[in-house]
Design a protein around this ligand. Structure first.
Ligand code: DAH
Length: 366
């Protein structure tokens, strides 16, 4: 009799433990259901697996429920059932919400709409002018050559008749990448100061006739002002053949000036000095603002300077492996910024590198 009572008590305790578990689980699940949410299909599927699958929360709750003794089943049956319905209802709600959201997005996406227009950029004025220069010379047989901006002293200076320590080197002070102590040597590595270095490369690798244009960026170490640029752009030209004369040079440059600045343009050549040409000259064009009468722009002279030129010094031809007794040639070089300035009257050179679209877009129709 005593043992029977003991067993009954133990049984009741066990039942209580199980009911406790089911109570905790039901309460925890009720709390979780309130927070159930899914932002997309993937999250919805995660919810389904977590709560509604056989191995999920609800599955485990049902297992526990099935293990309850009869009288406990009667007590928990309704609660568990209601919880299952709540979970299912919440899940279906979320599913409908997501479907509606997807539909709304699809409705908003009008596939027939004209796409936003893409703003077209415009050519940079320096590129436009460089191309125009190249175009003018290519009409009389010049081709274009390219070369490195990081060069050695040999191609930039030595082969072009710049003697070591000659003051002519001061006209083109540059930035050195690798320099030996003391006097400048042909092996020093530097940023090219002119595209004449491309001309030396061409003369070393080709025999005349040579008729080539060398456009490109060049560097100078000039501290004119804190905001001054250390680089600019050039187009240089070289023509070497038998019987090339100064008259050929003059006529070619006159043709260029008329094509670039208009048929009325006049030119004049003034004696100058470059180590690589002999004789050397600076070329001016008649000022198109005042028609040559003299104004503030041309400082009252009626002329504006646009380029340097001359007959290639025989020393340069020989240094580059070209027989100076058989061949002669002319060379010229101009700054693209300078030509652009004259053509479009750009007052401040800094505008060329500031990337201001208000400035750049003015060249769209050019
Ligand atoms: N290289 C010169 C400079 O940068 C410009 C120049 C002058 C180039 C005369 C030439 C030339 O080819 O013959 O100042």
């Amino acid at each position: 009799m005593y043992l029977c009572t003991q067993i009954r008590i133990l049984y009741k305790i066990l039942i209580n433990i199980v009911s406790m578990n089911i109570k905790d689980r039901v309460e925890s699940l009720q709390a979780q259901v309130e927070k159930m949410n899914a932002a997309n299909q993937q999250e919805l599927e995660t919810l389904r697996l977590k709560f509604m699958s056989k191995k999920g929360e609800m599955g485990e709750l049902m297992d526990e429920f099935k293990a309850l003794p009869k009288e406990e089943k009667a007590q928990w049956g309704q609660t568990v059932n209601a919880l299952r319905q709540t979970i299912e209802a919440r899940f279906n709600d979320l599913k409908t919400q997501l479907a509606e959201k997807n539909e709304a997005v699809q409705e908003k996406t009008d596939l027939t709409r004209t796409p936003d227009s893409v703003e077209m950029g415009s050519r940079h004025p320096l590129s436009l002018v460089r191309e125009e220069i190249v175009d003018i010379f290519s009409r009389i047989g010049f081709t274009v050559a390219d070369g490195p901006e990081v060069e050695d002293d040999r191609h930039v200076f030595s082969l072009l008749n710049f003697a070591p320590e000659h003051p002519a080197r001061d006209m083109q002070d540059t930035f050195f990448i690798e320099k030996e102590e003391g006097v400048q040597k042909p092996t020093d590595i530097l940023l090219r100061t002119h595209t004449s270095s491309v001309q030396t490369r061409i003369m070393l690798s080709q025999q005349p006739p040579i008729r080539v244009l060398c456009p490109g960026r060049v560097y100078r170490n000039e501290a004119i002002s804190a905001r001054a640029h250390c680089f600019f752009h050039q187009v240089e030209g070289l023509y070497i053949d038998k019987n090339v004369s100064f008259a050929d040079l003059r006529q070619t440059l006159l043709y260029f000036a008329k094509e670039m600045f208009g048929a009325d343009t006049k030119i004049r050549l003034r004696p100058s000095y470059f180590p690589f040409t002999e004789p050397s000259a600076e070329m001016d064009i008649s000022c198109d603002l005042c028609g040559g009468k003299g104004c503030a722009f041309c400082k009252g002279t009626g002329w504006v300077e646009i380029l340097g030129c001359g007959m290639v010094d025989p020393n340069v031809l020989e240094a580059c492996g070209i027989d100076s007794k058989v061949y002669s040639g002319y060379a010229f070089g101009m700054g693209v910024e300078r030509i652009t300035n004259l053509k479009y009257r750009v007052k401040d050179l800094r505008l060329f590198s500031e990337n201001d679209v208000r400035f750049l877009s003015q060249f769209e129709s050019c």
